[in-house]
Write a protein that binds this ligand. Structure first.
Ligand SMILES: [Ca+2]
Length: 285
């Protein structure tokens, strides 16, 4: 089935960018804060091109060197930007490698509304049809308004259900209707009504529904800015989007920050690592 999330705006085509097992490993690291055993690493590396192997080896060293902790941002990024089909593949890869279901793992390491929403996303239940329904958008917008702004307290489950199950094009329309009804942007309502990682997750969904490349450009910028470089995030996004929408991400990066992703990588990395990333980046803007 065609999906709007798997586009034709990639920079490399000679090897697959998306890998369920690499995502599974990233989730494992994000949840458990540990690296994987060597056997796992080898099985992952055999699927990759030489350039990708170099990046993963680099990331692997970085993870061991620093000893990463539970990283909600990584979980949120992967679970909001992968298609339902990809999430199912990631779940299978997770089970194959770690002998545990991804759902059980998320359940044991997270809690509350954040957990509930992550589980829906992990099970790949989001509608991915391209058709939008204007009446449904009006109805959902009203339901969201009644669940948050227009009541004392918040009905969190309603926010979770609509934002985790509806398609991105449908959500875009719903957010437009929401503004008409509430005179407020859905982002402002989420900031006012929700909190913590749950708030972060739903804001990420809103950003992705509106513009996934812009969301990932922001993540890349965060990974590159400041004194150090978050190689784990940088490598993951560059590789996983290299055949999907890296050209759009580059465009959004330039638009938001005034300089190119290419120049940001050049000024923040060096040696073989820089050469590899620049190759995947595919050009300057
Ligand atoms: Ca309220």
């Amino acid at each position: 089935m065609a999906s709007i999330w798997v586009g034709h705006r990639g920079t490399v085509r000679d090897y697959p960018g998306f890998s369920a097992s690499v995502d599974a490993e990233a989730i494992r690291k994000a949840i458990r804060g540990i690296g994987t055993d060597e056997k796992t690493l080898i099985s992952i590396l055999t699927e990759r091109s030489n350039a990708q192997r170099q990046l993963i080896a680099k990331e692997y060293q970085a993870a061991y060197g620093k000893g990463t902790g539970t990283n909600e941002d990584t979980l949120i990024e992967i679970l909001t930007t992968r298609t339902s089909k990809q999430m199912k593949e990631i779940g299978q890869a997770y089970y194959t490698v770690y002998k545990k279901s991804l759902g059980d793992e998320i359940s044991s390491e997270t809690s509350g509304d954040f957990r509930k929403a992550l589980l829906i996303l992990a099970h790949g239940r989001r509608d991915e049809s391209l058709k939008v329904d204007e009446q449904l958008a009006k109805k959902d917008a009203q339901i969201l308004y009644s669940a948050g702004e227009n009541r004392w307290g918040t009905d969190e489950d309603t926010f979770t259900d609509i934002l985790c199950l509806r398609s991105f094009p449908q959500l875009k329309l719903t957010f437009d209707e929401y503004r008409n009804i509430s005179q407020k942007d859905i982002e402002d309502s989420i900031k006012g009504e929700l909190s913590g990682h749950f708030e972060d997750l739903l804001l990420a969904i809103v950003h992705c529904a509106r513009n996934t490349p812009a969301f990932l450009a922001k993540r890349l910028h965060q990974a590159l800015k400041g004194a150090g470089t978050d190689e784990f995030t940088l490598n993951r996004i560059m590789v996983s989007r290299s055949e999907i929408d890296l050209l759009d991400i580059r465009e959004e990066f330039k638009k938001q920050y005034g300089y190119s992703l290419h120049s940001a990588i050049k000024s923040d990395t060096s040696g073989d690592y820089e050469i590899t990333l620049i190759k995947i980046c595919g050009g300057d803007d």
